[in-house]
Design a protein around this ligand. Structure first.
Ligand code: ATP
Length: 812
């Protein structure tokens, strides 16, 4: 069997290796035939008797050569790892016995195995055939890729001798013992032949001698071998015999050469025919290999596609697993947080439980102590119980005695109940009588007030200021029992330069000296407050020049705080409200219920201002002021439109009311200097009472008025707005005097509407049952003597009036 010619540039291994028989490997007697991996797997070694291979240089296994099964497996297991597929060379008979697919065997040579479809085992690193070292030890790879020792080279006994037709010939070999020359001159063993091996001419290297071990089938004998030509002998020309022998020897030599040449020609013909057959076989194998390569290429592409699909699948799986991993990590984190939170809660709960346990232990210990004490107490009480039983018996006897006493007392109680009932009846009769007497008291009180005069005048002298000179006081209060006289002395110079003095005596209902307290003043006033509570219209006003003490008398100090409501400096207004509250509480026991409504007005330049309205409402600049007009309501009472009325349901409410009024007056004062002394302030309290027991009702009005300063126009020296203010003040005060004078004269027409002040006080000034009290306030300072004189003269006029049914005693 010869090697398969390798096409130029082919990646296949040398044909000798593909064919499964390595020609070179079996030539050398020293070299052992090997099966190594895929490359040498198919190499079988012919029986080697230590001689050279025939001149063809091809290892041809004898027909019927049957290697051992292990050896065949080794051979068949050979694969072309370098090309990524396995090539198995299998003898025909073995392929048949192993169930090889039909058509996979060549059928032309028993020595040429079937080139099976290679199954790629691993990616080919290189398509170049791997050169196997010639002296590489014979190893083969198992199915699992493991390396195992190749079976020993086939022994001589197990090989079949080469065909008889093939004569082994001694070949003159070049220096490279492995170099082989094909009969056609091709290098049949490129892989093993040295670089210096040269093809030889056919027959040139044929050894004419028979080899010593050749069998007897060799056709020519040792004699046929072409020895060296007979050496020419020096003969003389006469030695014909000698020369003849030489010629015969040359002829024999030539004949021998001729036979040898013929023999070699015959041998070469046989080998040519054999080689042609081999070429055909190899072409077929080549086609098979190409088909296999194509199949393998398809397989490779399919596998590559599969690998790509697998990679894509793996990528998606990887992403999915990464997502799942992320989700798992997130859920794991959440679970960890929950677990940590639960751990915290559990720790907290554990601490609480431990604290509870400690407290429970402490409680238990306390209970144990209590138990011990209770046990001691029980034993003690058991002894006491015995003692008590004895006491009980004695007490029972006492109880019997007491029951007798109780029965006696019950009789007494029944008698007392009868007495209480009779006394209750008496109380009811007394209360009814008291109510009648209350009504009577009201009538009598009113009668007394009328007897005192419906218009009364009190004079109050304020203390001197620090700058005033006490020695030259023009005011004097003569000592008298009724404290109702006052004298004012005026000193003047006549034309001769002599100073003359004139004293003006005045007499009023009461004169209060400068040391008089607010309480003493109010004591005289309180009877009129009671009249208002009884349902009479009452008007109390303070008259006098600026700084004479009007505001001090009516309200008290300028700035009143809540703490001042119980102070001794409070004026008439807060004291009056306080008294009204106290009395309404007492009257409630007699069936009287009262409602109190208050309003606080200011009359400035004949314009009414609401001092209880929000501060902005009375603003002089900006907002339009709400017009406050005086009108008569359906019951004939004088009322003011759009005025703010406050339900004075507590004494504290009065403080709020006065504070609000002071605030509004302060706001107004910033817009007009000395505003407080240039306007009249009127505090009005409506008192409505109803007695559910007697069916009586009352409706009183209390007007408390702080009039503007009464300076004369000539003495004030006013001009401009101040002149206008003074004129308005004087007009209203003159109107007040006119109204009082008209009332005193009993005129049918009373000029109430000549000024806002008299119009507002119409109900309280001069009505049949009205009560009027005038405070004339006097400044004792010498510089104010003239104004004091005017004030006292005006007060005297008022005091001289007789209004209503009562006639003031002593009135002139
Ligand atoms: N009886 C009094 N006892 C103590 N101080 C008084 C008395 N009367 C007035 N005064 C003081 O005199 C000053 C002026 O008093 P008040 O403001 O009451 O005068 P008025 O007549 O109201 O003045 P105006 O007309 O300017 O309002 C105040 O500081 C007040 O405290």
């Amino acid at each position: 069997m010869t090697g398969i010619p390798q096409p130029p540039g082919s990646m296949l291994r040398p044909p000798s290796k593909i064919g499964g028989l390595e020609s070179s490997g079996v030539i050398s007697g020293k070299r052992k035939a090997t099966t190594e991996n895929d490359s040498d797997a198919g190499v079988l070694t012919a029986p080697n008797k230590g001689t050279s291979v025939p001149a063809a240089g091809r290892q041809i296994a004898a027909p019927g050569f049957k290697p051992k099964k292990a050896e065949m497996d080794t051979v068949y297991a050979g694969r072309r790892s370098s090309q990524g597929f396995k090539v198995t060379v299998k003898p025909q008979e073995s392929a048949a016995s192993s169930g090889a697919r039909p058509g996979t065997t060549t059928g032309t040579s028993a020595r040429v195995g079937v080139v099976r479809r290679a199954v790629p085992r691993q990616p080919a690193k290189s398509m170049a055939p791997r050169r196997i070292p010639a002296n590489r030890s014979a190893v083969t790879r198992g199915r699992g890729g493991g390396v195992r020792k190749a079976p020993a080279p086939l022994g001589r006994k197990k090989t079949t001798p080469p065909p008889d037709s093939i004569k082994r010939r001694r070949i003159e070999r070049p220096a490279d013992a492995h170099a082989m020359t094909s009969p056609t001159g091709d290098n049949a063993n490129n892989g093993n032949m040295g670089a210096g091996a040269l093809p030889r001419p056919v027959g040139s290297n044929v050894d004419t001698k028979r080899k010593a071990g050749d069998d007897s089938s060799d056709e020519y004998s040792e004699d046929d071998s072409l020895g060296p030509p007979p050496a020419p002998t020096q003969r003389n020309g006469k030695d014909l015999e000698g020369r003849m022998r030489d010629l015969e020897a040359q002829v024999r030599y030539m004949n021998t050469g001729k036979r040898t040449a013929q023999k070699a020609k015959k041998q070469l013909s046989i080998e040519l025919e054999h080689n042609n057959t081999k070429v055909t076989q190899l072409e077929y194998e080549k086609k098979l290999l190409e088909a296999t390569v194509e199949d393998n290429g398809k397989q490779v592409r399919l596998l590559r596609d599969e690998v790509e699909d697998s990679q894509r699948t793996l990528q998606s799986e990887k992403r999915r697993h990464e997502d799942e991993l992320d989700e798992f990590q997130r859920s794991h984190r959440r679970e960890m947080e929950q677990v940590q939170e639960e751990q915290r809660q559990l720790r907290k709960r554990n601490i609480e439980l431990e604290e509870d346990l400690d407290s429970t232990r402490a409680t238990l210990q306390l209970k144990k102590d209590e138990c011990a004490q209770l046990e001691a107490t029980v034993s003690k009480q058991a002894s006491e119980h015995i003692e008590l039983e004895g006491n009980c018996r004695s007490l029972r006897s006492k109880a019997e005695q007491l029951e007798n006493i109780i029965s006696e007392r019950e009789i007494r109680i029944a008698e007392l109940d009868e007495d209480v009932a009779s006394r209750s009846h008496t109380i009811e009769e007394l209360e009814a009588k008291l109510r009648k007497e209350e009504t009577l008291r009201r009538g009598l009180h009113n009668a007394i007030q009328e007897l005192k005069g419906n218009i009364r005048v009190f004079c109050r002298v304020r203390p001197l200021g620090q700058a005033d000179e006490a020695a030259m006081l023009p005011i004097r209060l003569p000592t008298c029992e009724d404290n109702n006289e006052i004298e004012l002395t005026q000193t003047s110079e006549n034309a001769l330069g002599r100073s003359t003095s004139k004293t003006f005596p005045f007499k009023f209902d009461r004169v209060f000296e400068s040391e008089s307290t607010q309480e003493a003043v109010f004591e005289e006033v309180s009877q009129l407050i009671q009249s208002a509570l009884d349902g009479y219209p009452v008007c109390i006003f303070a008259y006098g020049q600026t700084g004479s003490g009007k505001t001090h008398t009516m309200q008290g100090p300028d700035a009143l705080s809540a703490n001042d409501m119980d102070s001794s400096v409070l004026g008439v207004i807060p004291r009056a409200v306080k008294q009204i509250y106290e009395n309404t509480s007492k009257l409630a026991e007699r069936g009287w219920e009262y409602s109190l409504e208050g309003q606080f007005l200011e009359i400035y330049n004949e314009t009414i201002q609401d001092l209880l309205a929000p501060a902005t409402r009375n603003s002089q600049n900006g907002e339009k002021q709400t017009k406050l007009d005086i009108y008569q309501d359906s019951e004939g009472h004088t009322r003011v439109k759009n005025v703010t009325t406050v339900n004075v349901d507590s004494a504290g409410r009065v403080h709020w009311l006065l504070a609000r009024a002071a605030e509004n007056r302060t706001v107004a004062a910033t817009n007009c200097n000395e505003r407080s002394s240039r306007s009249h302030s009127v505090f009005t309290l409506y008192l409505r009472g109803k007695n559910s027991l007697t069916g009586e009702s009352s409706s009183g009005v209390l007007n408390l008025i702080d009039l503007a300063g009464s300076e004369r126009l000539s003495s004030s020296g006013s001009s401009g707005d101040r002149l206008k203010e003074t004129q308005a003040i004087n007009k209203s005060l003159a109107c007040l005097g006119d109204v009082i004078a008209a009332l005193a004269k009993g005129n049918r027409h009373i000029p109430y509407r000549n000024s806002k002040l008299t119009h507002l006080l119409q109900e309280s000034l001069g009505a049949g049952n009205s009560k009027t009290l005038m405070f004339v306030c006097v400044n004792p300072s010498p510089s104010s003597s003239q104004e004091s004189l005017c004030s006292l003269q005006f007060a005297t006029k008022v005091n001289s009036c007789q209004i209503g049914t009562a006639r003031r005693q002593g009135a002139t």
